[in-house]
Ligand binder design. Structure first.
Ligand code: IDP
Ligand code: MG
Length: 149
């Protein structure tokens, strides 16, 4: 089953959106297999966002993402990487459709509430930044036959 890396960013935590965001992934049917409430070190933040190192917003992004605690999670399920990106909406909350997380909860591209890996490869890379393999749980949920044909 596919896995993705999701992070509720510091603004999501400060704005009391943790429960609302987790509820969406739970209700959709995805399985939570790892979760950490943590504050990113500068090293973790640089590693996570290394593709953006040359962008003009990189310094601000590092400051934002390390400014307070985040909720780092691994969710598992059918096509979860692409589906989670759809659930999040576009990077700029003003362009994100209503009904998406960023569309419903955000206003500014630099305060867009949530991160989600953009490909299976990114997910694998990002999960390793935050979790050891033994921190990712494998377990049965009895509702699975009601979610999957
Ligand atoms: P994504 O989070 O939708 O994958 P990316 O383009 O990978 O979007 O950018 C990573 C993060 O960097 C965004 O989620 C946002 O927090 C921040 N970011 C991207 N573009 C800008 C910008 O133009 N100004 C400020 N922050 C930005
Ligand atoms: Mg990205």
């Amino acid at each position: 089953m596919e896995r993705t890396f999701i992070m509720i960013k510091p603004d999501g935590v400060q704005r009391n959106l943790v429960g609302a965001i987790i509820s969406r992934f739970e209700a959709k049917g995805y399985k939570l297999v790892a979760m950490k409430f943590m504050r990113l070190t500068e090293e973790q933040a640089r590693e996570h966002y290394k593709e953006h190192v040359d962008k003009p917003f990189f310094a601000g992004l590092l400051e934002y993402i390390t400014s307070g605690p985040v909720v780092a999670m691994v969710w598992e399920g059918k096509d979860v990487v692409a589906a989670a990106r759809q659930m999040m909406g576009k990077t700029n909350p003003l362009e994100a459709q209503p009904g998406t997380i960023r569309g419903d909860y955000g206003l500014d591209i630099g305060r867009n509430v949530i991160h989600g890996a953009d490909s299976v490869e990114s997910a694998e890379r990002e999960i390793k930044i935050y979790f050891d393999e033994d921190e990712i749980l494998s377990y049965e949920k009895t509702m699975e036959s009601w979610l999957y044909e």
